[in-house]
Write a protein that binds this ligand. Sequence first.
Ligand SMILES: *[C@@H]1O[C@H](CO)[C@@H](O)[C@H](O)[C@H]1NC(C)=O
Ligand SMILES: *[C@@H]1O[C@H](CO)[C@@H](O)[C@H](O)[C@H]1NC(C)=O
Ligand SMILES: *[C@@H]1O[C@H](CO)[C@@H](O)[C@H](O)[C@H]1NC(C)=O
Ligand SMILES: *[C@@H]1O[C@H](CO)[C@@H](O)[C@H](O)[C@H]1NC(C)=O
Ligand SMILES: *[C@@H]1O[C@H](CO)[C@@H](O)[C@H](O)[C@H]1NC(C)=O
Ligand SMILES: *[C@@H]1O[C@H](CO)[C@@H](O)[C@H](O)[C@H]1NC(C)=O
Length: 291
Amino acid sequence: MLCFIYFVLFLLISPALSQVTDCTKLLTCSDCIIVLKCGWCSTPTQGGCQNVSSSKCSPADFFVPTSEVLEYSEFPIDETNQISLENINIQLRVNEPLSFNVSIKAANDFPLDVYVLMDLSASFKKDLMTVQVLASQLPLTLRNVSSDFLIGFGTYVDKPTLPFTSNSQLNGYECSLPDCDTPFAYHHIVALTNSSDLFNSSVHNAIVSTNVDNPEGTLEAMLQAVVCDNIIGWRDNSRKILLVMTDDTMHTAGDGALAGITKPSDGLCHTEYDPILNRTVYTAALSQDYP
Ligand SMILES: *[C@@H]1O[C@H](CO)[C@@H](O)[C@H](O)[C@H]1NC(C)=O
Ligand SMILES: *[C@@H]1O[C@H](CO)[C@@H](O)[C@H](O)[C@H]1NC(C)=O
Ligand SMILES: *[C@@H]1O[C@H](CO)[C@@H](O)[C@H](O)[C@H]1NC(C)=O
Ligand SMILES: *[C@@H]1O[C@H](CO)[C@@H](O)[C@H](O)[C@H]1NC(C)=O
Ligand SMILES: *[C@@H]1O[C@H](CO)[C@@H](O)[C@H](O)[C@H]1NC(C)=O
Ligand SMILES: *[C@@H]1O[C@H](CO)[C@@H](O)[C@H](O)[C@H]1NC(C)=O
């Protein structure tokens, strides 16, 4: 609880401190050094917070921290090391950015995992045809980038409850039976595979569902796709790309309260095979808020 309060105060005070134009009004060292133009003078008689550009404080007594790199080491870049940074230790002053260089070189034929996460809300219907045309080309194009390449597929709409989705729209104007799926939060369909045919046919089999409000449950599905390693089949040493196809904004933490769902997301994998549905589904949509 104490931690929480401190965090809130910090957020409120910090922007106000950054507006300060007179350093001498800042009475503690920690408030002082948040303002970039100020430094803390520890000379006994004339100490306190002072303007760096006009202070007469002796340099030995004047504490003006700066953001800096303390330690830095690099790997040579080659086929196995695609990123140069080996180790970095930095000191950051609040509000003072720090830049450093990292070199990256994509090795030829590095393992590449691409998981496609597709919005199947009713409004996406007009885009689905475009995506289905792309579905047969995407694996061919990516195989050009790396021959060691796997592709997977999942779909999402939103939490299956009002005010996010509604079964009563199953025969609405955008989506009509039987080509209309009941609303769902996230379905995992194809684990990472080298079969472009499986990916292509799954995308072609996708049918849209309904939705009520504009934002979608995108973030919830993204979280599952990232944390459910064993289900998705992410490889340890691959470059991983989560490709999200959507036509709208996303719900975020707090929005679940609109349906009385207030328990925060625990960030864990809650996706499993449901034998009744014969589908791999997200099971915590109605018990946990959006991430
Ligand atoms: C520091 O002094 C400079 C010029 O002396 C002034 O322009 C600036 O506003 C002062 N900044 C602070 C934070 O006191
Ligand atoms: C990053 O590298 C560029 C080009 O070598 C150099 O000009 C720049 O100063 C470097 N920046 C840092 C923060 O080291
Ligand atoms: C693969 O790369 C070759 C050579 O760059 C190019 O001619 C071909 O069109 C590419 N194929 C696809 C499917 O992108
Ligand atoms: C796909 O993977 C299987 C086994 O992992 C392998 O036997 C097959 O040759 C691969 N197919 C392609 C097109 O890479
Ligand atoms: C993709 O799947 C559709 C439907 O199953 C099929 O008609 C099409 O020929 C497939 N494309 C490729 C390149 O396999
Ligand atoms: C379950 O779904 C898979 C793929 O969608 C299908 O091949 C299989 O026949 C289904 N099994 C049952 C028992 O319906």
